[in-house]
Design a protein around this ligand. Structure first.
Ligand code: SDX
Length: 426
């Protein structure tokens, strides 16, 4: 494609011919790297709402059409026909694995599911009522103190084994955190089980009884993990890239991503949605009152699980999870009243001009908590589940950023609004 340019003419008459860059899909971008040199100007874009921070071939979202592709494959097809480990392979290596590659990858992941015994002691050192995300941030960061043999970020093999270790160990760490909160013994991984079956075993089994994974629960969790695996340059993935850009090791970079995901405006929303629905259900507050509060600029309350920086149409993941809710609650029972309330809330907002004008639709977090609670996962563990699923996305972007020839340390500009230069009082 011939180079296209955009001309920028500044207020002082200086101008710059800026190159317009195109990707496989999505909007064109103006390359502003040379702008400051020819005009002295920088750009201002709080929240990076209109700024591409990198080139990436991992995931594509079309927010207007509600499209989500992992390495070009539609999320709907992967949700229906793939497994989480196959999606991990796809996100990491860029292609779906052959049967032989799949068998080898699954075996490698299985071989890495155990953690150093001192990680168990590390988790056991937290207060019994520590929030699981607090334990996850600390434990993932601490992993760099156990794996000195794979911290050379310039070594592709070290990058790959760190990715394998993180994908393999997150379910073990997540379930240990859960068991610590319950005061129950930690359950070791069982290599004869599949990745998701093994997670349910470590989460719900006790030494006193035999455990058989529930196929319905395994299927629902497989979907949840696939749908949360990656999502372009969201806040936590951008955090991982920024941390990694300084040369931080993979475990420290992923711990930074865990910390960012914790926020209720991001991955913490699934827990916030359930608290909101519970409050409505048990406080007797009407849906109308809840919606009025969400629209009231003087009220900090927001309708959790609604809105998205990119999706200005339905989040395709919310559609797929809502369908799973129908199937799961019919079979497992669970929070039918809560699910019905959620659907009533969705219906009411989709008819409300405030939400229609702002294109605020349910996002991935709106229904996921209903499934997780039906599976017996406590609310405080919901964002840990999101982090477990997103680990493969984070580490795939971390690896891609280290392979990017244009990659450099992230260091944004600012507009300084503080005091003009002044002298210290004599
Ligand atoms: C995730 O980026 C990703 O890809 C994230 C994610 C992923 O997979 O990684 O998809 C996961 O984080 C999903 C989002 C989960 N968060 C929530 O559900 C929290 C509730 N949502 C909002 O906080 C908000 O919608 C955000 C944070 C998701 C998006 O914020 P933006 O893009 O900065 O939008 P905005 O705050 O500028 O809102 C635009 C307008 C504002 O009104 P006006 O000032 O124009 O009058 O919409 C309003 C906002 O007040 N608005 C809401 C609202 N979300 C936006 N009003 C009420 N309730 C809401 N939920």
């Amino acid at each position: 494609m011939t180079d296209r340019t955009a001309k920028l003419t500044s207020h002082d008459g200086s101008s710059a011919d800026l190159t317009v860059l195109s990707g496989t899909h999505g909007p064109d971008c103006v390359d502003v790297r040379g702008m400051n040199k020819s005009t002295g100007l920088f750009t201002y874009d709080p929240g990076f709402a209109t700024t591409a921070s990198c080139k990436s071939s991992i995931t594509f979202i079309d927010g207007g059409e509600g499209i989500l592709l992992y390495r070009g494959y539609p999320i709907e097809q992967l949700a229906e026909r793939s497994t989480y480990l196959e999606v991990c392979y796809l996100l990491m290596y860029g292609e779906l694995p052959t049967p032989e590659q799949s068998e080898s990858f699954n075996s490698i992941i299985t071989q890495h599911t155990m953690v150093h015994e001192n990680v168990r002691n590390f988790i056991a050192g937290f207060r019994y009522d520590a929030h699981p995300m607090a334990m996850l941030v600390g434990t993932v960061g601490a992993l760099s103190s156990f794996y000195h043999d794979s911290l050379d970020i310039n070594n592709p093999k070290h990058r790959e084994i760190s990715a394998h270790r993180l994908i393999a160990k997150m379910p073990t760490i997540a379930s240990y955190i859960h068991k610590h909160s319950l005061g129950q013994p930690f359950m070791y991984p069982q290599n004869e089980l599949s990745y998701v079956e093994n997670f349910t075993q470590m989460m719900f089994a006790v030494p006193a009884e035999n455990f058989t994974p529930n196929p319905t629960a395994v299927k629902a969790l497989e979907l949840i993990l696939i749908l949360h695996a990656d999502h372009e340059q969201n806040a936590s993935t951008s955090t991982v890239r920024l941390a990694g850009s300084s040369g931080a090791n993979p475990f420290a970079s992923i711990a930074a991503g865990v910390a960012s995901l914790w926020g209720p405006a991001h991955g913490g929303a699934n827990e916030a949605v359930m608290n909101m629905l519970d409050d409505i259900l048990h406080s007797g507050e009407t849906i109308e009152r809840t919606i009025e509060r969400a629209k009231d600029k003087n009220d900090p309350f927001r309708l959790m699980g609604f809105g998205h920086r990119v999706y200005k149409n339905f989040d395709p993941r919310a559609t797929l999870i809502q369908k799973m809710c129908h199937d799961l609650l019919d079979e497992l029972g669970g929070d039918q009243p809560l699910f019905e309330l959620a659907m009533e809330l969705e219906k009411a907002t989709l008819a409300d001009p405030y939400f229609i004008e702002r294109k605020l639709y349910p996002n991935v977090d709106f229904y996921s908590g209903i499934i997780l609670r039906a599976l017996g996962i406590p609310m405080s563990m919901f964002t840990v589940m999101f982090a477990m699923a997103r680990t493969v996305g984070w580490i795939s972007h971390w690896i891609e950023s280290h392979e990017d020839p244009e990659g450099r340390i992230g260091r944004p500009q600012q507009i300084y609004t503080g005091p003009a230069r002044r002298d210290y009082p004599a």
